[in-house]
Ligand binder design. Structure first.
Ligand SMILES: [Fe+2]
Length: 343
């Protein structure tokens, strides 16, 4: 160590004792950023059967769950918590007659139904939402919600929340309701057209909470019949808030994606992170040179700013994916960038 370096090191130590750091310490790290941030987490696939088998064991281990919270959350192998660095996801399973008790929280959440049933419902701000397979149900920030399984079998769904982002920003609030369940409203959104709402109350109290698969799938199929869609994502539709035309949440957007048999997308990267649920078919996600395979009802995480492709190797069957992305949050902060690789 030269005399000059020794003096600098001693100075760095002295200022650190007063909780200070010199820019000459930070700048070398900035230079190593190169062409952008390192991905904040790892790509990973969670196998549906494995997760479901674990959840079924909770009936003997936790026969009386507090509020029937039989949920297993997907932990990204590269993170201390969260499925990506902003999103959290998992599978919830509830048995016959069980209630997941009413509460509200600051975090936005959604349910994508995997095993629906008659007499299964989520109630959101007094609005009963039936849960059929692949229906999407929203429980936005501070909405009161509970779930009830009035059917004779087990039911399950995918949960996705922006809780990881909320935790990082230290904005988490949670309130249990005084009753296990809430009453249904007498008049509600859906009783009339999406372009009429009461003048009293807040606009967010009069929004569509349920997006039924019976109405989304026909359009997706029809769009897919028109061609391969975009080079980077195949045929992709985005769910929108009928009141605003924008994304479903301020923090998360939701998409449906159709990959034709044999289709492989162009290499692409975005500053957003995503969670994908496989509705139908099988395929691979390739990140850099690593290929991850997935099948029906598996869930996988796609980190931010990684070069990736989707492929459907089937000769006859399309692949259909439900995706949740932190894109609205990233765009609101003017951080969105994307890049398509040269052909
Ligand atoms: Fe909740």
């Amino acid at each position: 160590m030269t005399e000059e370096n020794g003096a600098l090191a001693a100075f760095n130590t002295r200022v650190a004792e007063d909780h200070l750091v010199g820019n000459w310490v930070i700048e070398p790290h900035l230079v190593t950023l190169g062409d952008g941030p390192k991905p904040a987490c790892a790509p990973h696939v969670w196998n549906w059967k494995t997760v479901r088998d674990h959840l079924l064991q909770t009936f003997s281990i936790l026969p009386d769950t507090e509020g029937a919270r039989r949920v297993l959350t997907f932990l990204n192998p590269a993170l201390p918590r969260g499925t990506t660095h902003t999103l959290s996801s998992g599978i919830q399973l509830i048995g016959p007659g069980e209630i997941a008790t009413a509460h509200n929280h600051s975090m936005n959440a959604l349910r994508f139904v995997i095993e629906g049933a008659p007499k299964l419902e989520t109630v959101v701000n007094g609005v009963p939402c039936p849960m059929d397979n692949y229906d999407l149900i929203l429980t936005p920030s501070y909405s009161l919600h509970d779930h009830y399984n009035g059917s004779a079998g087990n039911v399950s769904w995918l949960d996705v929340l922006d809780v990881t982002l909320y935790a990082r920003l230290n904005q988490m609030f949670f309130s249990p309701h005084e009753q296990p369940r809430q009453a249904h409203r007498n008049v509600m959104p859906g009783d009339g057209p999406a372009w009429l709402r009461p003048r009293w109350g807040e606009p967010q109290d009069w929004v569509q909470y349920r997006f039924p698969w019976s109405e989304t799938y026909p359009l997706l199929k029809k769009m897919a019949s028109q061609g391969p869609g975009t080079p980077t994502n195949g045929v992709m539709l985005e769910y929108t808030n009928p009141m605003t035309g924008g994304s479903l949440f301020p923090t998360m957007s939701c998409t449906l994606q159709w990959l034709h048999p044999g289709q492989t997308t162009r290499r692409y990267r975005r500053t957003t992170s995503s969670i994908y649920f496989v509705i139908q078919g099988h395929g691979t996600l390739t990140v850099d040179d690593k290929a991850l395979s997935w099948g029906q009802h598996d869930t996988f995480a796609l980190p931010n700013w990684v070069w990736h492709t989707f492929a459907n190797p089937s000769k006859s069957e399309p692949t259909i994916l439900f995706g949740v992305h932190d894109e609205p949050a990233i765009r609101a902060l003017s951080m969105y960038r994307d890049q398509v690789a040269e052909a």
